[in-house]
Design a protein around this ligand. Structure first.
Ligand code: ATP
Ligand code: MG
Length: 112
């Protein structure tokens, strides 16, 4: 199992959710975050505001997935969030040791 952690532009969230819902039923967590990538010193624009050097508002989505779902989910996120502009996002894929579904005490893949 993996955790897919994607940091995307806030306005791309609905697109990404829509693309994912066509793929299947996935739980996800979305968190408001701020960050920056490689363009320290260059400007990035969000809703008409220019952010220089410091942090830009982003959304981090986290999805726990079985190994065989990871590629499809990543493609969905790219499809929903891709842009020609800098700052479109970054996806990290982390190993996930265990999942426990509280209501049923199921563990592993079937708890996702
Ligand atoms: N190396 C990193 N470590 C942690 N978070 C990162 C890293 N790179 C990017 N991020 C996060 O992802 C967000 C989006 O990154 P961004 O798309 O700007 O990456 P980039 O490598 O600069 O690509 P681009 O050249 O397309 O802008 C950042 O605002 C930051 O929150
Ligand atoms: Mg960048």
């Amino acid at each position: 199992m993996k955790i897919i952690q994607a940091i995307i532009n806030p306005y791309a969230l609905d697109n990404v959710r829509e693309a994912l819902s066509e793929l299947g039923e996935f739980g996800m967590t979305a968190t408001e975050v701020k960050g920056y990538g490689r363009q320290k010193g260059h400007t990035e624009t969000y809703r008409g505001t220019e952010y220089e050097i410091s942090y830009v508002p982003k959304i981090m989505i986290e999805i726990a997935a079985s190994d065989d779902q990871v590629d499809d989910i990543v493609q969905c996120i790219i499809g929903g969030a891709k842009s020609e502009k800098i700052g479109a996002g970054k996806i990290f894929i982390l190993p996930l040791e265990e999942v426990v579904r509280v209501r049923t005490s199921e563990t592993g893949d079937s708890a996702i």
